[in-house]
Design a protein around this ligand. Structure first.
Ligand code: ADP
Ligand code: NA
Length: 329
């Protein structure tokens, strides 16, 4: 059919958290019903900074299990591992001839990574945006669900696709960023500073693999204060953050009650946190349990990955036939 094609990559770099769910996975789950979706676990990309492969397979399995537990359906979307689509390496090679050293060196993420790890500035790191472009356009994707931080890479993917089209003939659509919401969701960290993130502060991050008591403990420790002393006070950021977390999992009635208590200057943060913790437990527990069941069945995971790889390879192979024909290779 003529459904628009969506492609997105997920890095296998650790346990998924609430921010990943509400900022990304929830949208993938919605998209899989509306578009032809390719969701890829980027194991090759992780080699640019983590060349040790000892734990890579387990990390790939985990990210697959957690995404499926969140509702990603491998029967609907093609959910696959990057290294299983070998023809991407061929497209990456062709695109490398259309990518210039100067533009690659100017990439913000490249400069960041050089700063973080000056001892391993490898060519894979420099050409990361080229491999990313190959991953996207090998499915002739039109939409890529990414945040602002990825806009430069997507712009480069458009440039590489356009250069190919001009030189060899029209094969690729121009991939565009895609978002359901104008304002991107930002899930705040529990310590009152910034956004929830894998690497920042584990105690302030709610992981989809956290057990019930860990969730309760983390939420009970979230930063609050003695409460407002006057009616209708301005809310400090860290209290606003708690209400942002409530908005993800609590009922509208419950949120309204505590907002009202705040405005009346008689809010009890202990009670609020207990209710938030129980709603969060109810949200995370079924995801954690489902992910564990999936992970425990390694043969089952391999079967799902084969299913995804078959779909992704079929799409990649079609595109590469067009590419080789256009190039006369
Ligand atoms: P992390 O910051 O934990 O390393 P990634 O950078 O791998 O996460 O991001 C994976 C996806 O999850 C991206 O689409 C990103 O926008 C989204 N995401 C990560 N953290 C948050 C957050 N706190 N709130 C909303 N979305 C988030
Ligand atoms: Na991030």
């Amino acid at each position: 059919d003529d459904k628009k094609i969506v492609m997105s990559g997920i890095r296998p770099t650790g346990f998924l958290h609430l921010g990943n769910y509400f900022g990304a996975i929830r949208n993938y789950v919605k998209m899989q019903h509306e578009f032809e979706c390719y969701f890829m676990v980027a194991d090759l990309h992780s080699l640019t900074t983590h060349p040790d492969t000892a734990t890579l397979k387990q990390n790939v399995y985990r990210v697959i299990a957690e995404n499926i537990a969140c509702g990603l359906d491998p029967e609907k979307a093609a959910f696959y591992c990057q290294s299983h689509v070998r023809e991407t390496a061929e497209l990456y090679l062709y695109l490398n001839m259309l990518a210039y050293k100067g533009e690659l060196e100017k990439t913000v993420t490249f400069k960041d990574k050089v700063r973080q790890n000056p001892d391993n500035v490898n060519a894979g790191l420099l050409t990361y945006p080229v491999l990313q472009a190959a991953d996207i356009i090998i499915h002739r994707a039109s939409y890529v669900p990414v945040g602002k931080d990825q806009e430069q890479h997507l712009e480069m993917a458009r440039n590489f696709a356009n250069r190919f089209n001009h030189r060899y003939g029209p094969v690729f659509p121009e991939p565009q960023a895609f978002n359901y919401n104008a304002a991107l969701v930002k899930v705040p960290s529990l310590d009152g500073t910034g956004k929830m993130s894998k690497s920042e502060n584990e105690a302030a991050t709610l992981y989809l693999a956290d057990d019930d008591d860990t969730i309760r403990k983390k939420i009970m420790k979230a930063k609050t204060d003695g409460g407002p002393t006057e009616k209708n006070s301005v809310m400090p950021d860290y209290i606003e953050n708690i209400f942002s977390l409530m908005a993800l999992v609590c009922s509208a009635d419950k949120i309204a009650k505590y907002k009202n208590d705040y405005n009346e200057a008689n809010i009890k943060y202990g009670d609020l946190k207990k209710e938030l913790a129980e709603d969060m437990v109810a949200f995370i527990t079924p995801i954690r349990q489902k992910a564990k069941d999936i992970l425990d069945d390694e043969a089952g995971i391999k079967k799902l990955m084969k299913l995804g790889a078959d779909k992704a390879n079929e799409s990649a192979h079609k595109t590469m036939n067009l590419v080789r024909t256009a190039m006369g290779m």
